[in-house]
Design a protein around this ligand. Structure first.
Ligand code: SF4
Length: 423
């Protein structure tokens, strides 16, 4: 039997698709490209914005148009949040919730034999981390998911509904996966999760947190670099910064999701920090690691955001000086608290505010790359003759794929830096 996969959205989704692909291949299925002929198409959807919802529906329709007789399996956050709508799309044979993929091969095979009806409910069995390996991000870098789920319930976010409560990979599994990656030639690992800062909170007997995972990575021979996914500002206190600064393999890049630089908007978003707390976290990180890059996400035009609140955000992000900033216009998510709030803004207003923030983000990014000119950095070379510094600046320089080279940054073109390899 032939199966084709399509993934929308974040690294966690890519990770999940890869895990499912492995399960199907172990069961003897042949993986074929998504634009080819397959018996089954599996679409792993995303629901982070309304555009993601639309794109998810488009990919389902595309697969159905290509092979009207094929069986379509839809999983991921959009399938989880709008299962009825997904089930009604032509060709969809199975809708699987985000936690129901452990049994995916058996369920699909049964469904193909007619043993499972077309309207299979979301399957809520939990897939263990031990059953999931890492995902290749490039030939030198792999992504290892160590945490899933979130219980924060930010007012705009569907993730706690779609992915359920916090679950963490055991430290033993982290260690063995890291060793496996090192022996497979990966030199850099990105530790990822939906809400990474809560790693370990569910491992009641282990008394372990993210800082302990970083120590495991530090002692894994062959892994030269470790990068972290998104962190909460509240997590980045003195204790974390001090221990992070003592780790030679941890990349000096910290992604702290800001979402808004206005305290009143943060409150409506149900975020668990204010701008003063955020600024404190950044200054602690910079205090211990002066060359670190602090990157962020911002939502433009949240419900009820006034022009003044938007200006506060613009001023705040400039004051912090992010090395990179992703901006999203607020997107209404059904079932969330924000969806029920009064004062949704017009699309044109959200887009105009997003464009203003994107322009500020570009300036800040160029300024950060410019600030590295004249400095010495370590670059991990990828297959196209460029590579990243620890603080996540792309550098063009000499070297072979997989080499870690010391370079002097000699110049830059916008956000691409140029480096000369040091003897
Ligand atoms: S912290 Fe907030 S935004 Fe992030 S996944 Fe949890 S609920 Fe969503």
């Amino acid at each position: 039997m032939k199966i084709a996969f399509y993934t929308l959205g974040c690294k966690v989704n890519q990770y999940d698709t890869e895990a499912m692909r492995e399960l199907f291949e172990h069961a003897g299925w042949e993986t074929v490209p998504f634009d080819g002929e397959a018996d089954v198409y599996l679409i792993n959807t995303c629901s982070v914005t309304q555009i993601s919802d639309r794109k998810s529906r488009q990919m389902i329709s595309q697969a159905h148009r290509r092979s009207p007789g094929a069986f379509l399996v839809v999983t991921g956050c959009y399938a989880q949040t709008e299962p009825d709508r997904v089930r009604d799309l032509p060709g969809v044979g199975l809708v699987v919730g985000t936690d129901g993929r452990k049994e995916i091969v058996r369920t699909v095979e049964q469904a193909l034999c007619g043993a499972v009806s077309e309207s299979v409910p979301d399957i809520r069995r939990v897939r263990t981390f031990e059953e999931m390996g890492a995902v290749e991000d490039s030939r030198t870098r792999a992504v290892l998911k160590i945490q899933d789920g979130c219980s924060n319930f930010c007012s705009y976010c569907v993730i706690p509904y779609a992915r359920g409560p916090i679950r963490s990979r055991s430290p033993e599994s982290v260690e063995s996966e890291l060793k496996k990656l090192a022996s497979n030639g990966f030199r850099e690992v990105v530790l990822t999760g939906i809400h990474l800062a809560s790693y370990g909170l569910d491992l009641k007997d282990a008394d372990i947190g993210l800082a302990d995972v970083l120590k495991i990575a530090e002692r894994t021979e062959g892994i030269e670099r470790v990068r972290l996914g998104s962190l909460e500002p509240g997590f980045c206190g003195e204790a974390f910064a001090e221990s992070a600064a003592g780790l030679s393999k941890l990349c000096r890049q910290f992604h702290l999701s800001l979402q808004s630089g206005s305290d009143s908007v943060l409150k409506r978003m149900n975020r668990r920090y204010d701008t003063a707390g955020f600024e404190r976290a950044v200054s602690v990180l910079r205090n211990y690691m002066p060359d670190c890059a602090v990157t962020t996400d911002v939502i433009a035009g949240f419900v009820g955001e006034t022009e003044e609140e938007h200006r506060e955000t613009c001023a705040f992000v400039k004051r912090i000086g992010f090395a990179r900033m992703h901006v999203f216009p607020y997107s209404r998510r059904k079932g969330t608290a924000a969806d029920r709030m009064e004062g949704h803004l017009e699309r044109a207003v959200k887009e105009r505010r997003a464009s203003e923030l994107i322009a500020i983000g570009k300036e800040m990014e160029e300024a950060f790359v410019g600030s590295l000119v004249g400095s010495d950095q370590t670059v991990l070379i990828e297959d196209d003759g460029t590579g990243y510094t620890g603080n996540y600046v792309r550098v063009r320089c000499a070297g072979r794929e997989g080499d870690l080279v010391r370079v002097r940054i000699t110049g830059r073109d916008r956000t691409l830096a140029f480096g000369e390899v040091l003897p």
